[in-house]
Design a protein around this ligand. Structure first.
Ligand code: GGG
Length: 355
């Protein structure tokens, strides 16, 4: 039996609703594959802020440093707390634990519809590898003469050679395991320092990966081409901000954000990695029991892969596929299942596959 320590960070809005279902699936797959998950639940976010005035406790990173993985729901309660305050711990976890590779697959399940008319699962199957530790998300800047007519805001992105090279290598390796095509989103026509360095490093690495067809595309063109020719993309690698933007697009092309999982990986395994749906906290449907838990359940599958429980991960993905093929649908997919019923459908599919 393998035993894992998992930190659960349900967060805000629909985060707790969807994470609850992912945790049910985690324990069920554990029974099937002889895996034990000891969980530690973190009450951080909006509720914590109401009691304590901050969204996380001081020294919060120490509470999760020793776990094997972190499963996160969603963060944000914008009516009461500015979004950058609720998002800050998530970004800090990514940076402090050097989770430099954010992997966000976008693939349309058979039987589901994309917003792109006539497109099927054959056309939409790509993965975005997002640089997750630096770039535009560094806490580096300030506001001067705040609230006056002379106000100035400065926010400087930082792109390091080490950071760019390692994410490009990660993306090349990902492409090698897939269809062997890599597209780097750049913007070197307008950003003549940072993205020209990205371009240079891509060129330098190409000769080490002769089996990968690698090229670059300005991010604006990539957005357009992902919509009109999604079938031409296999692995897309992008900076932190570009990756964030491209993966909401990936989510909607792949059938909706309710289905889009992601990982924040520390590939050296020195620190825990974190797994979360791409979607946010959707306060408008929080507590209504109608959020789609599939993105959280597929994030669990990514966690199982990272923990090297690959058969368990594959079983979870197959159970999701099977539940969807049998018509299980929450309202975002045009159906009527509740969040819990969708969790039930995946667990039923796991159980059927076992017997
Ligand atoms: N599922 C996590 C979540 O709530 N994400 C909201 C969000 O806007 N995240 C921004 C980011 O991933 O950088």
């Amino acid at each position: 039996m393998s035993q894992f320590k998992i930190a659960l960070y349900p967060g805000d809005g629909i985060g707790p609703d969807v994470l609850e279902q992912a945790v049910r699936v985690m324990h069920r797959i554990g029974e099937i594959h002889d895996l034990t998950f000891d969980t530690k639940s973190l009450d951080w976010g909006h509720a914590y802020w109401k009691k304590h005035g901050t969204v996380v406790p001081e020294g919060f990173l120490e509470e999760i440093r020793e776990v094997d993985s972190i499963l996160l729901g969603a963060v944000g309660w914008p009516d009461e707390i500015p979004d950058h305050v609720t998002l800050a711990p998530l970004v800090q976890i990514r940076q402090a634990f050097d989770q430099y590779a954010c992997v966000r697959p976008a693939n349309l399940f058979s039987g589901l519809e994309s917003v792109l008319a006539g497109r099927t699962s054959k056309d939409i199957d790509f993965v975005v590898v997002r640089e997750n530790s630096e770039g535009e998300y560094i806490d580096n800047g300030g506001r001067f003469k705040q609230g006056t007519a002379d106000e100035v805001a400065v926010q400087t992105a930082i792109h390091t050679r080490k950071g760019v090279e390692r994410i490009l290598r990660f993306a090349f390796d990902t492409a090698r395991r897939r269809r062997g095509k890599l597209t780097m989103a750049t913007k070197s026509n307008a950003q003549k320092y940072s993205y020209v360095m990205w371009d240079d490093i891509l060129e330098e690495l190409k000769s080490e990966y002769p089996d990968v067809e690698a090229g670059r595309m300005h991010c604006d063109a990539a957005v357009m081409n992902l919509v009109r020719w999604p079938e031409q993309f296999d692995v897309v690698v992008a900076s932190n901000l570009f990756g964030d933007l491209l993966t909401d697009l990936g989510g909607i092309l792949g059938g909706g954000l309710g289905l889009a999982p992601s990982s924040n990986e520390n590939p050296t395994r020195e620190f825990p990695s974190m797994f979360e749906p791409v979607h946010g906290s959707a306060p408008d449907i929080a507590g209504k029991g109608i959020a789609n838990p599939i993105a959280a359940i597929l994030s669990l599958a990514m966690m199982l892969d990272h923990l090297e429980c690959v058969d368990a991960a594959e079983d979870v993905r197959k159970a999701v596929e099977s539940a969807l093929l049998q018509g299980a649908r929450t309202p975002d997919l045009g159906g009527q299942l509740t969040t819990i019923q969708m969790g039930d459908a995946v667990i039923a599919a796991l159980t059927t596959a076992e017997s």
